[in-house]
Write a protein that binds this ligand. Structure first.
Ligand code: GSH
Length: 206
């Protein structure tokens, strides 16, 4: 049995959870708050003290970093449909959109740092809107007629912008992205993994 160390609001862990759910691979979900030092197991497995982490029950080394975990899932379970990659490495982004959004207390904010992060959010929304626009006519997905990890990454990234409330009105500014996000985010495995603010702490087998 696989275990994912996750956090309920984490867009990174959400990507890995969705990939496993789409492929129908059972896993145990362990929700943590990575900065609750007396309780978290995250630093035991990842020296960077970040989750998600994929654990094995046979003593194998854990895999951490959502992009690495996504790569592991795609390769290890390549024979399980959906493949989640097109196989065409030259055509289109397949892996990660960096979806984390953190808000510091005002007195700890740096203006230039904030400007840089804001520029990245706006640049990413614009780029993702272009991707949504460039979809093949009638396709629900970005790169192919089937879901890939690019769809999972974009939906989780956009979901985090929406959940964090950092760009009110983004749906009006980027209507193609909004329409694409709304329809895929309503499907089961996306709907079941929507971000939830910390305080929910439970272990479940999915
Ligand atoms: N690049 C990492 C980023 C993961 C990340 O930032 N996770 C957050 C939770 S969403 C975390 O564990 N933060 C704790 C910390 O930075 O100390 C990945 O893709 O897995």
């Amino acid at each position: 049995m696989l275990t994912i160390i996750s956090a309920t609001p984490s867009p990174y862990a959400r990507m890995n959870r969705i990939a496993l759910l789409e492929k129908g691979i059972p896993f145990e979900l362990k929700n943590e708050i990575p900065w609750h030092e007396s309780e978290t197991q995250t630093p035991l497995y990842n020296p960077l003290e970040k989750l998600p982490i994929l654990l094995f029950d046979d003593g194998r080394e854990p895999v951490y970093d959502s992009a690495q975990i996504q790569e592991y899932i795609v390769q290890k379970f390549a024979d399980k449909s959906p493949r989640l990659v097109t196989g065409d490495v030259d055509n289109g982004p397949q892996s990660e959109a960096d979806p984390d959004i953190m808000k510091r207390d005002e007195d700890k904010q740096s203006k230039s740092w904030l400007n840089r992060q804001n520029r990245k959010i706006d640049g990413a929304l614009k780029a993702m809107n272009e991707l949504a626009k460039s979809r093949k006519e009638g396709s629900d997905y970005l790169l192919a007629d089937v879901m890939t990890i690019a769809d999972i990454a974009v939906i989780c990234a956009v979901g985090q912008v929406d959940f964090g409330g950092v760009r009110p009105g983004w749906q009006d500014k980027y209507p193609e992205l909004a329409a694409y996000w709304k329809s895929l985010d309503a499907t089961k495995n996306f709907a079941d993994t929507k971000p939830v603010m910390f305080d929910l702490k439970h272990n479940t087998v999915v």
